[in-house]
Design a protein around this ligand. Structure first.
Ligand code: SF4
Length: 424
């Protein structure tokens, strides 16, 4: 596939003109925010934006309705959130949020910093499309299935397999080599690109980049699938401290809630599931944090229906949207129409319909990581009024057929049409 236009991913220096006003996207490599950085974002959202921080599916953040782009740039630069003007949009780096703290085979956050530095040090890599995604998985398999372009996945504490276009190449490297190989792969992408935004869009792109790396692949290949293991609730770290995983309703974090989180003065990791992890807490402070933040709307209950739902911007943020999708999701969750799937249930009878539907999707996941069965209750491909939509399991609501922000893996689509929502 050859693109005829450059990618239009927004940044801080190049705002997207959304229907509700200018939108800025701030890259947060590895999702890691220091408390002062989160405080800066919260203040900016309050003073210059619409009062919320949007979390993205790449662990970045967005501010909507930005009123003063120059002032935003100044504040983000001072906070270390805009370390490069030339490379700001290419710093799309997702890493296992719990790496180095709980489970996993390797600490990848140090590699995130090195990769970010390496990208910014190479002038040519400023030409990478803003869509290119780097992934660093500590071996638990939480981010390698996100469909990145260039990545590494720990197979041992000091051994990583190289991923290209979301697939295992069989090339194994040490931790010391991992960043250099990813940087070389990024150059390889540019060598082959004739305007494509993603590596998989280039014919045999992954194979050709792997060959250009000049490394001999082994015969073993990992099967990688999308997972939905959102870290939620009380997570005891390997060192005895506590991480708190918190869900954020539709990924929209109110600025005042973000201020409270920043005041805890602990590192925060934004996850690609639009949630966050507050790390390195002692037990007693962790209990107090839950007591304060749960009433403010953060989700510490892994059984919350909010964790099953994602949505695009919808109205008023997107001019293409047929309706206010997020308001409809709010109503669906509040009225109990977002259903928790029953374990081991093959399918449920469709309410108001005339057929039984099992919408499970092939995920190519190893059996031990298989997602719970995921079954819609509404008729597949039926169109129903917003207040009649009842769906069980993971679901993504969209204001039009483009389905922006749809997560990978087994997800039921709920898509607005002029006559209601189409489910299926
Ligand atoms: S899915 Fe459609 S309505 Fe929703 S944000 Fe994308 S273009 Fe807009």
């Amino acid at each position: 596939m050859t693109r005829t236009t450059p990618d239009s991913c927004p940044g801080v220096l190049r705002l997207h003109q959304a229907a509700d006003g200018p939108l800025a996207r701030v890259r947060v490599p590895g999702g890691r925010l220091e408390p002062a950085q989160l405080h800066t974002l919260a203040e900016a959202a309050h003073d210059l934006g619409d009062g919320s921080i949007e979390l993205t599916s790449r662990g970045n953040v967005q501010l909507r309705r930005v009123r003063d782009a120059a002032e935003l740039t100044t504040r983000l630069e001072a906070a270390g959130l805009l370390p490069s003007h030339t490379h700001e949009r290419v710093r799309n780096i997702v890493a296992s949020p719990l790496a180095g703290r709980l489970g996993g085979r390797a600490e990848v956050h140090v590699l995130v910093s090195a990769l970010d530095t390496g990208l910014r040090a190479a002038p040519r890599l400023a030409e990478l499309p803003g869509r290119v995604l780097f992934t660093l998985d500590d071996g638990r398999g939480d981010v390698s299935g996100l469909g990145g372009d260039i990545g590494v996945h720990a197979v041992e504490a000091d051994a990583f397999t190289v991923l290209l276009a979301g697939r295992d190449t069989g090339i194994r490297v040490s931790a010391n080599e991992a960043v250099d190989v990813m940087i070389a792969a990024a150059h390889g992408f540019l060598d082959l690109s004739s305007g494509q935004w993603r590596l998989h869009e280039i014919e045999d792109g992954a194979e050709r980049v792997a060959e250009a790396l000049g490394l001999t692949p082994g015969t073993d290949r990992l099967e990688l699938g999308a997972t939905h293991d959102i870290p939620i609730g009380w997570l005891t770290q390997d060192n005895g401290l506590v991480s708190l995983g918190a869900g954020v309703r539709l990924g929209s974090l109110p600025a005042n809630t973000a201020e409270f989180i920043a005041a805890i003065e602990r590192p925060v990791f934004l996850t690609p599931w639009r949630s966050l992890v507050i790390a390195d807490l002692e037990e007693w402070p962790a209990e107090q944090v839950v007591r304060v933040l749960a009433p403010m709307g953060l989700i510490f209950d892994a059984e919350s229906p909010w964790l099953l739902v994602s949505a695009c911007a919808g109205q008023p943020g997107c001019a293409k949207s047929i309706t206010d999708v997020r308001a409809d999701v709010d109503a669906a969750v509040d009225s109990g129409r977002v259903r928790i799937p029953r374990q081991n249930t093959e399918a449920e009878t469709i309410s108001g319909g005339n057929a039984t539907v099992d919408s499970r999707v092939e995920t190519h996941e190893p059996a031990e990581r298989a997602l719970p069965h995921h079954v819609p209750v509404a008729t597949i491909n039926s169109v129903v009024a917003a207040d009649q939509v009842v769906v069980s399991g993971r679901q993504h609501w969209s204001g039009c057929d483009r389905r922006c922000g749809r997560p990978r893996g087994a997800v039921t689509d709920v898509v607005a049409t002029p006559h209601g929502y189409r489910v299926g």
